[in-house]
Design a protein around this ligand. Structure first.
Ligand code: PBG
Length: 324
């Protein structure tokens, strides 16, 4: 393969040639757009740490979903900011909870869009942890029943997919059993399987009001130093019935996405998280980077690493750029 017989630049000469040999084409159908639902009506408040992303009441959420669907984005993932919080996250199970009402309203609008719900306790607990806390410990098995009930209430509201993000052991199996027992055997589970304990969630915790009051999430989320361990987490989730497996965050974990892609014949999702978004937005606001170029490059890299599904706050912008 040596010069001058081979000249890689031959195929880079024109856009037609480059396009002919392009290995990956970023596609809008792989995007999922995260949204934050809050109580009230006509609420549309920008989240300070995430320019362009809003806290919205159900009516506003439906309107934005209309736009999201028309852009060709496949789905939205909903996070709730409930009216009340307590130690066990009771408001996450309410039939008239924010997420449940949002799901119903979006489904009623008959949009061409998958409605995915985040299943977790941290947005609904007063202590901000993803599970039940006792004597400073986050209890695993006691949390499973609440998570399963929450997933069931989302399914009853009409969720197309439920997505547990809590990282308790055994939650995928518990949720699958609960859904099946109530005849929701056709509702898929998108599991946050390799979810790392990451500083990149900072802006989200502002957005979801979900930062833990005491301690951190290191006893349940994965250690960023571990790559191979993701194989075990993903294998367990698949065994327990996960339909889609997720790696999160995305950018600092492209190696993990590739590892999972190469080792399992399953749909792989990656979450391009809040901190990754906010860094780009902040630098773009200062004109330090070309936002469009960087966003498309980032999303292409995540797909190239092996994720066919990308959850990203850039979804609407990227969809517009890909159209034009
Ligand atoms: C809740 C949850 C988090 C995110 C998604 N679901 C935060 C966390 O674990 O602290 C992060 C999303 C983002 O940063 O964009 N368990």
């Amino acid at each position: 393969m040596s010069f001058p017989l081979h000249r890689p630049r031959r195929l880079r000469r024109t856009e037609k040639l480059r396009s002919l040999v392009r290995e990956n084409r970023l596609h809008t159908a792989g995007f999922v757009y995260p949204m934050f639902v809050c109580p009230g009506t006509k609420v549309h408040e920008e989240i300070a740490t995430m320019p362009g992303i809003y806290h919205q009441s159900v009516d506003q959420i439906v309107e934005e979903c209309r736009e999201v669907g028309s852009l060709g984005i496949s789905g939205v993932v909903l996070f709730g900011l409930p009216e009340t919080k307590d130690p066990r996250g009771a408001s996450s199970l309410a039939k008239d909870g924010v997420v449940q009402r949002a799901v119903e309203a979006i489904k009623k609008a008959k949009l061409d869009l998958l409605v995915i719900t985040d299943v977790c306790l941290c947005e609904y607990t007063d202590h901000g942890h993803c599970g039940v806390v006792e004597n400073g410990q986050i209890l695993n098995d006691e949390t499973l029943e609440i998570l399963s009930e929450q997933a069931l209430s989302h399914a009853r509201a009409g969720a197309d997919i439920v997505a547990p993000s809590d990282m308790m052991d055994g939650r995928v199996g518990a949720i699958r059993a609960k859904l099946d027992a109530h005849k929701f055997e056709n509702v898929p589970i998108m599991a946050y399987s390799a979810k790392y304990c990451s500083g990149f969630y900072g802006p989200f915790r502002e957005a979801a009001h979900s930062a833990p009051l005491v301690g951190d999430r290191r006893s349940y989320q994965m250690d960023p130093a571990n790559g191979n361990e993701s194989l075990r987490e993903v294998a367990m989730d698949i065994e327990e019935g996960a339909d889609i497996v997720m790696v999160k965050p995305a950018l600092a974990y492209l190696d993990v996405i590739r590892l999972v892609r190469d080792n399992f014949d399953m749909p792989v999702a990656a979450y391009n998280v809040s901190g990754e978004y906010s860094m780009v937005k902040a630098a773009a606001a200062k004109n330090w980077i070309d936002e469009k170029k960087i966003v498309l490059e980032i999303l292409t890299a995540i797909q190239r690493a092996g994720a066919e599904i990308v959850l990203t706050y850039h979804a609407k912008d990227a969809a517009r750029w890909l159209k034009s």
